[in-house]
Design a protein around this ligand. Sequence first.
Ligand code: IPM
Ligand code: MG
Length: 351
Amino acid sequence: MKIAVLPGDGIGPEIVAQAVKVLQALDIGLEMEHAPIGGAGYEAAGDPLPDSTLALAKASDAVLLGAVGDWKYDKLERHLRPERGLLRIRKELNLFANLRPALLYPELASASTLKPEVVSGLDIMIVRELTGDIYFGQPRGISTLENGEREGVNTMRYSESEIRRIGLVAFDIAMKRNKKVCSVDKANVLEATELWRQVMIELSKDYPEVELSHMYVDNAAMQLIRAPKQFDVMVTGNIFGDILSDEASMLTGSIGMLPSASLDANNKGMYEPSHGSAPDIAGKDVANPLATILSAAMMLRYTFNDEANAVRIEEAVKKALAQGYRTADIWTEGTNKVGCAAMGDAVVAAL
Ligand code: IPM
Ligand code: MG
């Protein structure tokens, strides 16, 4: 079982180090090899996704990724920016299914900015399409019009097959949960998502036990704050999923708690926290490593089919929280504030 470890930028290296520590503590013979991506890839090889990094990722069974991006790269040409490395590796590995579970640990009910009674018991699985939509649609670019003013263009597109394969993932996951799928679109305005809705309805005929509902994305954004527990599985396109998953993360106390899995058709996957590289706190040992550690648990579950060890990691995270350990983002009065490495140690000790 070989894992490509791509720490990336900002807090990436420190949070990934904690997840690596936890995986090593399991002692289940995982082989891990590190490589640069994002700004680190640009520094090492002039490319946010160096060829050697992509080759390693392709040759591995799974990828563990930290985060990419730093303001200092914002002035680079677009194709050299860290985010492009991330988007390219998702596309190259065909990781079309992004699973972002928003789960509230009971210990963190008071860390959320929402009232405890609104969020306690929360357990949502956001299924985000990851290799299509306006993120990749052509044409795109910034050009100068005949009248001399500039115009920016991006294109939202979804083919039927792209919608169908992500829909299937969502319905299959719902079958293992509470059998409810809410498909999020903007079918009242955008044709690409009108097709999305049609395909979801077609698919639902093969899943008579699953209750399919539809919601416009603006309403979904509102409902997530108003009454988030109404959701079980949410399935949506790339850009809506990007936005709604950040929103959902705050229901769980902190974006530092939200892991993710990005899977291809054969469950090969890339595992990364849903949050970004947070360059403002990088290197200060204050970042929350739990989203990355929980992403490692998802890796064991989805790619290595090792439910027992996935649960072991998740239970260890719960135990560390129950023992009162908190990084700054989830700290509340009366708990024990620790740094990134100490939080990693607490999870290892709990294992
Ligand atoms: C995410 C991030 C990325 C995205 C960025 C860093 C390109 O926000 O994984 O949600 O937009 O997909
Ligand atoms: Mg995002």
